[in-house]
Design a binder for this molecule. Structure first.
Ligand SMILES: [Zn+2]
Length: 294
């Protein structure tokens, strides 16, 4: 496959910086979200896969596989000119969508879909709070919850970000002015800085689903709140291959839209990382192919 675009995720930043206690097997080509062409057809790639032979994989739970791989993290990514991949990992890019837009979606889309549909078991009419709504996962979670017929609230740090989230259809809140209560589901990826507010926002019997800890992974947990409020704390990582196909069908039908904030160049990937780290981004940063021929 000829690579034309690579979408960035916070995962890229973690892989570059390193995570205590985690071995990324350097050197590693980064880039989890990859769009390009195969024989002239525009395609985008499944961002993750399992071994295909263990009980988890055969049961359709690839993200429980102990050999689970994420492109650009535990396997080489797409920030290069060509990649060789199994044909089942190719997803066709819809005609109405640019390749840059397609490269902005898979990892965040899969993550948000699995969190809400598989883990939280989202139901029509529920109240959902998405913390860090302007993040890649956030803008997908907002759209998925709206698609499911939910009332959607989201937090964001700046008025510009909050306007963008309102345009997606969410009610947007500043972190220090969050007045959402009785939420059925809270989508977490921030961790330390928002955890207490997330737990406070849950109704009795509510579910908190988390896929990240961008501000830190150590959080206070009051067991009396956990058992009195009868809340469920759900961990989630990536998703299954069938989640990806279901989510991509919604994209193909036009029900979920890409949110591309900026397009950079692959030869200047560092600048795109810096932009992502400044936390002013709404949605995604994508880099276009401009690496010189070898
Ligand atoms: Zn497996």
């Amino acid at each position: 496959m000829q690579v034309t675009h690579v979408g960035l995720n916070h995962l890229d930043v973690w892989v570059r910086r390193g995570v205590p206690g985690h071995d990324f097997h350097l050197p590693r080509i980064p880039g989890s979200d990859v769009a390009g062409t195969v024989d002239g057809q525009r395609v985008v790639l499944h961002p993750s896969w399992g071994c295909g032979t263990c009980a988890a994989c055969l049961g359709g739970r690839q993200n429980h596989c102990r050999s689970f791989r994420i492109r650009g993290e535990s396997s080489d990514g797409g920030a290069c000119q060509e990649v060789v991949v199994p044909s089942w990992q190719l997803l066709p890019v819809p005609d109405r969508m640019s390749s840059a837009e397609a490269a902005s979606m898979p990892l965040a889309l899969l993550t948000a879909w699995h969190m809400l549909m598989a883990r939280a078991g989202l139901k029509r009419g529920e109240r959902v709070l998405v913390q860090a709504g302007a993040s890649g996962v956030g803008v997908m979670a907002i759209q998925i919850a709206l698609l499911a017929g939910c009332e959607v609230h989201a937090t964001a740090s700046s008025p510009e970000k909050r306007r963008a989230l309102e345009a997606l259809g969410a009610r947007a809140w500043a972190y220090d002015d969050l007045r959402v209560r009785e939420a059925d589901v809270v989508v977490e990826s921030v961790g330390q800085d928002t955890w207490a507010a997330s737990v406070r926002a849950l109704r009795w019997g509510g579910r908190l689903v988390t896929c990240g800890a961008t501000s830190g992974g150590e959080v206070p947990l009051n067991l009396r709140v956990l058992f009195f409020k009868q809340i469920s704390l759900l961990g989630s990582t990536m998703g299954t291959s069938s989640d990806m196909l279901d989510a991509w069908r919604a994209v193909t039908e036009g029900a979920l839209r890409p949110v591309v904030f900026a397009e950079g160049r692959l030869s200047r990937l560092g600048e795109a990382h810096t932009l992502l780290e400044r936390r002013e981004v709404v949605g995604k940063v994508v880099c276009a192919q401009d690496l010189a021929d070898a």
